[in-house]
Design a protein around this ligand. Structure first.
Ligand code: S3P
Length: 427
């Protein structure tokens, strides 16, 4: 690849808190007894939506500069909100909260923005209804807004057809209120932050391969959670460090839970110079610093059980594949179609506009590289992970990329553009 912009990426970067873990810390803190102190909380719009929903449910939450104090009221301490709960763009808020609302002794309506009301909710409505919940999709389209009439929960064993931590967590949370243990078996293991954190709060959760079980009867006790940096946010800096010539980045404080670290394996498989240093653990979650150096990449095949461990990183992996020698095939990733945008279509459309050789497949995409990319105007479809991927593409293409809706990065990484800019060195 010709060094079109004559830049390199150098320096250290501290990654903001993990989105999945920040949501869970608020949610579990709210239904725990006593206070939960959260440090390095992600100040992104999605996690603020979770916080606001719990305030509407009567939970008092103090929040200042990445530090949050949740004054939990126990499993039965939530009160009826006086208006519909608004989750904004956040699927995690909607699905996890539904698991709790299904078991309350009041009725709630839960909804959100234009994108969230198009995302599938049948995947949580089916198991929660089996557990006894009374849930109605108000427009009868299996999407939000949902009307949830809380009911007594019954323990079930659920065989899920989708590897989704949001579905698994909704079931486990409802299971906290059930008369008997509840378990869920997934086709592949999805992120296990719920299992790890619920244990930290004192719940009795067991895991056996792709099956997780919650044993009810234990109360949650408020605790301290120090949120590790989000590997899904680190992904853009890992890609930039690999793709921009003469780069070296130390990406600090990144959560490297094995159910989230598929990107690291794929980078290595593609020939990327990525090293984990300073490995440690916090609250049961593994953390490391990641050292990345520019590398020549090769195409690869990504399929099967690794997919849930890198599902949110596939857009930036697709960009890396455009710069890699040979063909990259991404399979078993149909879930991409039901994310904040249809990420198969959005990536194929936008990377094609830059001159990439990319084809959509039934459950993923196929990319041939290396292909020099050129500037264009692309539409983020208000999907934060698309906007950040194309900000990285802009570092390596001829000309400039204009990103429509670029401010949607506020969902998960409000200071993203400033941080990216800070690491650019002219050479
Ligand atoms: C998340 C789980 C994943 C992921 C989303 C966050 C979570 O979704 O894509 O960004 O916090 O549980 P699915 O569980 O639907 O795969």
């Amino acid at each position: 690849m010709k060094d079109t912009k004559a830049i390199s990426m150098k320096g250290n970067i501290m990654i903001p808190g993990d989105k999945s873990i920040s949501h869970r810390a608020i949610i579990f803190g709210a239904i725990a007894e006593g206070d939960t102190k959260i440090t390095n909380f992600l100040e992104g719009a999605d996690c603020i939506s979770t916080m606001e929903c719990f305030r509407d449910l009567g939970i008092s939450i103090d929040h200042q500069n990445g530090e949050v104090l949740v004054h939990g009221k126990g499993l039965y301490g939530l009160s009826t909100p006086d208006h519909p709960l608004d989750v904004g763009n956040s699927g995690t808020t909607l699905r996890l909260l539904s698991g709790i609302l299904a078991a309350q002794d009041f009725t709630t309506t839960i909804t959100g923005d234009e994108s969230i009301v198009k995302r599938p909710m049948k995947r949580i409505m089916d198991p929660l209804t089996m557990m006894g919940a009374d849930m109605i999709s108000i427009h009868h389209n299996d999407c939000a807004p949902l009307l949830i009439k809380g009911k007594r929960m019954f323990g079930i064993h659920y065989l899920s057809h989708v590897a989704s931590a949001q579905v698994k967590s909704a079931i486990l949370l409802a299971g906290l209120y059930a008369n008997e243990p509840t378990s869920i078996t997934e086709p592949s293991l999805s992120r296990n932050h719920t299992e790890i954190m619920l244990k930290h709060f004192g719940a009795h959760v067991t895991s056996n391969g792709v099956t997780a079980t919650i044993h009810p009867g234990q109360k949650l006790i408020g605790c301290e959670i120090n949120v590790p940096g989000d590997i899904s946010s680190a992904a853009y800096f890992i890609a930039a460090g690999l793709l921009v010539p003469n780069s070296e980045l130390l990406i600090q404080n990144v959560g490297v839970n094995p159910t989230r670290d598929g990107l690291i394996h794929v980078c290595k498989q593609m020939g990327g110079n990525v090293t984990l240093v300073n490995k440690r653990t916090s609250g049961g979650e593994p953390i490391a610093d990641i050292l990345v150096k520019s590398s020549s990449l090769n195409g690869t095949t990504i399929e099967g059980d690794i997919i849930p461990t890198l599902i949110d990183e596939i857009p930036v992996i697709a960009l890396m594949a455009c710069m890699a020698k040979g063909t990259t095939i991404i399979k078993d990733a149909a879930e991409l179609k039901v994310k904040e945008s249809n990420r198969i279509d959005t990536m194929v459309e936008n990377l094609s506009a830059l001159g990439a050789d990319i084809t959509a497949t039934e459950d993923g995409m196929m990319i041939k590289g290396p292909t020099p990319l050129h500037g264009a105007t692309i539409d983020s479809k208000m999907d934060h992970r698309i906007a950040m991927t194309f900000a990285v593409a802009n570092l390596i293409c001829h000309g400039n990329i204009t990103i429509k809706g670029k401010d949607c990065v506020n969902i998960s990484y409000p200071s993203f553009y400033e941080e990216l800019e800070r690491l650019i060195q002219s050479v």
